[in-house]
Design a protein around this ligand. Structure first.
Ligand code: HEC
Ligand code: HEC
Length: 409
């Protein structure tokens, strides 16, 4: 029965997010991975490709010291190049997981905008489902609170959540991770070079944080128009979309400052997604797909219970915080479907429809979310604006990521 339950969970989470084909791609951004179109057919051919470590290293430190147009200075201590290089190496090292199969980069895939586009929520250790959609790591160095419920306070500390979660990297203790790294390759020498100290809780956190702080992405068409006065940088449609973004109240939560824009207030709001998921948390299935074109009919229908997710309430215990999630930044949002904390909205069109309908009405819905009177042109304009938030440096950061070796046993 347990095995069967596991299969059901895996298949439920593997259901490809509809509407993802073809995947969005920034200029020069090669997609890897598989959108699973045709997965229901026996002649399905995977589009997955072997990842090659042949990328061109970028100067992430220079980018931290002088962030691209549209972003302010980072407030954290500036790392060194050696620390960034060590963090990059660790980020791609599968030996950080208990059985050497899963690296950070497998849920935060560079070619998929440092998130994962293949499922609504990524798959962790041994095919186990993970509860939430993985956020893109672009510009994560600016987030004062991490995770979509804001439960962690720094990039240095954040890593222990995925490293120790049984359904993510599956390590059994902090010490066992440190011991494995210490006894692997020449990591000991690399840590001593980067920090003058061996691998510890602190230096491991600092190394991974150093690399992630370098993932700055901006200088998007919107930035050039808004912050550099380049009138031609933004299409007329995107300019109309931006005006709507302000009048429809989007910018109250997805904020824009005078000289930079994070497109998030880093605060927590209820837009109704969590409420709706809680109302539809159970599904009954009698047919499961276990391989391309291969289905099994179940003797007994199986109940698939959705992940119980109360958002910010899980951190504060305050009933007012139920189903509140952190406002996501909208930078590079065109590259990161599916959307919302559970990946339940497949496209930007679906997101705009969600707001047009006034979210999912219920007690607790944020008062800023109201039905909007938007016609088809308005929606297209809003999407054109959201598409103008794609940084010009995405391909550079992907190439930089692929300059790292994939650590493997
Ligand atoms: C099994 C998939 C998986 C793996 C492996 C994984 N992550 Fe994540 N990551 C996620 C998911 C899902 C979330 C969002 C969880 C939440 O909000 O509760 C997340 C959140 C994060 C965040 C917070 C981002 C934000 O905007 O708040 C950071 C930073 C991060 N991961 C870095 C890492 C690093 C570094 C590693 C490797 C040590 C790693 N992740 C391994 C799936 C994964
Ligand atoms: C009350 C604050 C608030 C307002 C107003 C608001 N948003 Fe959001 N937005 C959020 C929150 C919170 C989420 C994440 C919800 C979740 O994960 O369940 C979100 C998610 C999104 C996403 C998905 C991003 C991702 O990476 O998943 C997009 C796109 C978006 N909003 C665009 C807009 C637009 C366009 C408007 C105006 C029509 C708008 N938002 C108005 C708070 C707000």
């Amino acid at each position: 029965v347990r095995v069967f339950a596991r299969i059901a969970i895996v298949v439920a989470s593997l259901g490809a997010s509809p509407g993802l084909s073809p995947w969005p791609a920034a200029a020069g951004m090669a997609t890897i991975g598989d959108d699973r179109s045709g997965y229901e057919r026996q002649d399905f051919r995977s589009n997955s490709r072997r990842v090659e470590s042949t990328g061109v290293r970028a100067d992430l430190l220079a980018r931290i010291l002088a962030p691209p147009l549209g972003l302010p200075r980072l407030s954290a201590d500036v790392p060194t190049r050696t620390q960034i290089d060590l963090g990059r190496r660790l980020f791609f090292d599968r030996r950080l997981s208990v059985n050497g199969t899963l690296s950070c980069a497998m849920c935060h895939v560079p070619e998929q905008a440092f998130t994962q586009l293949e499922q609504r929520t990524p798959v962790g250790l041994e095919g186990q489902a993970v509860r939430r959609n993985a956020p893109s790591l672009f510009n994560v160095g600016y987030r004062p609170l991490l995770f979509q419920d804001g439960r962690e306070f720094s990039l240095e500390l954040q890593i222990f959540a995925p490293l120790l979660a049984a359904n993510e990297m599956g390590n059994v203790s902090i010490g066992s991770v440190l011991e494995r790294i210490r006894s692997t390759d020449d990591y000991d020498a690399r840590f001593r070079e980067a920090f003058g100290a061996p691998v510890t809780v602190t230096t491991l956190g600092s190394a991974l944080a150093a690399y992630q702080r370098g993932l700055l992405s901006a200088n998007a068409p919107f930035d050039r128009w808004r912050f550099a006065g380049d009138a031609g940088a933004l299409s007329a449609s995107a300019q109309r979309g931006f005006a709507l973004f302000e009048t429809a109240g989007c910018a109250s939560c997805h904020t824009i400052s005078a000289s930079f824009a994070h497109f998030t207030d880093d605060d927590f709001h209820d837009t109704g997604i969590g409420f709706r998921a809680a109302m539809q948390s159970e599904e009954t299935v009698s047919r499961l797909q276990i391989a391309p074109g291969t289905f099994v009919e179940l003797a007994q229908p199986a109940r698939i219970v959705g992940a119980n997710d109360l958002g910010r309430y899980e951190v504060t215990g305050d009933p007012q915080d139920r189903w509140k999630y952190r406002t996501p930044s909208l930078r590079n949002v065109a590259l990161t479907p599916p959307y919302m904390h559970d990946g339940s909205l497949p496209t930007l069109t679906a997101v705009i429809d969600h707001y047009r309908a006034g979210g999912v009405p219920h007690d607790g819905l944020d008062p800023l979310i109201k039905p909007l009177d938007l016609d088809a042109q308005d929606s297209a304009d809003l999407i054109a604006f959201l598409e103008s938030l794609t940084g010009d440096d995405v391909a550079t950061l992907i190439a930089d990521a692929r300059s790292a070796p994939i650590g493997d046993f």
